[in-house]
Write a protein that binds this ligand. Sequence first.
Ligand SMILES: [Zn+2]
Length: 284
Amino acid sequence: MFKPSFSALAYLALFGTISLASCSKEQQVQPDQPEQVAQDQAELAYPGQTGEAKAGEWGGQPVSYQEINGDKVYEGDILLTSEQLTSGSDGDQQRPGSAGRTTGRWPSGIVYYTIDAALPNQARVTDAIAHWQANSPVRFIARTTQTAYVTFRVGSGCSSNIGRTGSRQYINLASGCSTGNTIHEIGHAVGLFHEQTRNDRDTFVNILTQNIQSGYEGNFTKYSASGYGGTDYGALDFGSIMMYGSFSFSSNGQPTITKKDGSTFNIQRTGLSAGDKSGIDAMY
Ligand SMILES: [Zn+2]
């Protein structure tokens, strides 16, 4: 149930921690061991590919994204729909930081879903769903005739639409996407963004722009800089399953994000953190 005393974006930012887990592994990054740095990758819709940088509008607000293979990719693994990017078309319903964002949530916290028969290792999906149901009020019901539902299917990377789009939407899972990555992608589908977009993130982290891979700088833009309003909720949660790791999107093996004291932190793709759970409780 939506509680209008909190801004939607706050929830989105809270849960939308940066997920830099590589699709291939559950990260337990040891930053001192360079061979493991490569594991500290966020989920990506198209690993190894960058597309044409585009600027559009989302709910009347400017948004930067990349167009890759016809998809509109935002923050690496979020797929925006054409409807979301159509200026003036239902904008209030899709606008982060406005109460209208509630339409991006699933009524009564019920997510209808199907699993494409061609998807290998479907236990990733069923295990991720079981984790969500054990740790949040969100419920998952096999779709029958509903028009709005999530289909889990094979993808080139790990990716998801953001929030309930109102029609069929997808969570795309390459073979390397783990159960943890799937939990993260479900987070996007229920309306969570990445944590690094919080307005108050500079209170908690340093962003080392010089170490970010070319083409991924936009993944580190605060939502206020993108024109969004909103209120941050809770403290930035380094343990969130939606949070990037220190070396996510690094171009040179040096950290892209550190704590304020300069120390690095690991990426977490095991399950919803305590902070994730409290935020989702407030959201749903
Ligand atoms: Zn993500």
